[in-house]
Design a binder for this molecule. Structure first.
Ligand SMILES: CC(C)(COP(=O)(O)OP(=O)(O)OC[C@H]1O[C@@H](n2cnc3c(N)ncnc32)[C@H](O)[C@@H]1OP(=O)(O)O)[C@@H](O)C(=O)NCCC(=O)NCCS
Length: 174
């Protein structure tokens, strides 16, 4: 039986990260998905992962950013299935869109329950961080994501328009 764990982004997994990006790059560009997934190549991967570590520690943050921790969902110690970014608190922008958590499963592994499993594990991390409730935002037409949020007790609080998107805001009590 394969093992599945959530680990902080780290340099020991750089080959796995490069393989992950090789699969996801086109999809991330096409969907303009933004969840702290640097599109590294062999020359930039170490610096990119180091930056993720810095953001986890609250170092070197761009203006108006809050500290955020990037975890990878790892199968059998060496394959990255997905990535999840947990913001340590909310600012005004994240309150509107972004929330505490965003997540991404590599395209070849979708529809197999990994997204659900990854959010379960990410919420455990949020509890350990002392968060009492988390905000997750989701495009209204993203039914897989909405289902995952609702399965974890997410309650729809509001909807907002952001350009062409209708954004739903769900709160999950921890
Ligand atoms: C959203 C996302 C994380 C879902 O991951 P996943 O591993 O496919 O999710 P799961 O397999 O756990 O499925 C979750 C639910 O969505 C459903 N689902 C999965 N793929 C679906 C699809 N293509 N169409 C409709 N429903 C789908 C599943 O059946 C499941 O519902 P169920 O529990 O009622 O059966 C993944 O599609 C993804 O990475 N998308 C791009 C990034 C993104 O949108 N992130 C979320 C916004 S922050």
């Amino acid at each position: 039986m394969s093992s599945l764990e959530l680990v902080l982004a780290n340099i020991a997994l750089k080959e796995a990260y490069l393989a992950f990006i090789a699969e996801c790059r086109d999809d991330i560009i096409a969907t303009n998905f933004d969840a702290m997934i640097p599109l590294s190549d062999t020359h930039t991967v170490e610096a990119d992962i180091e930056k993720l570590t810095d953001f986890h520690l609250g170092k070197g943050l761009p203006d108006n950013w809050v500290p955020g921790s990037t975890y990878w969902l790892i199968e059998d110690k060496n394959r990255i299935i997905g990535t999840v970014n947990i913001r340590h608190w909310l600012n005004e922008a994240l309150m509107f869109r972004g929330g505490h958590i965003s997540y991404y499963i590599r395209p070849s592994e979708r529809g197999k329950g990994y997204g659900t499993r990854m959010l379960t594990l990410a919420l455990e991390r949020c509890r350990e961080m002392g968060l009492e409730k988390v905000l997750i935002t989701c495009k209204k037409d993203n039914s897989p994501s909405a289902k995952i949020i609702q399965k974890h007790g997410g309650v729809l609080a509001s909807e907002g328009v952001d350009g062409p998107d209708i954004i739903q805001r769900y709160w999950i009590q921890l």
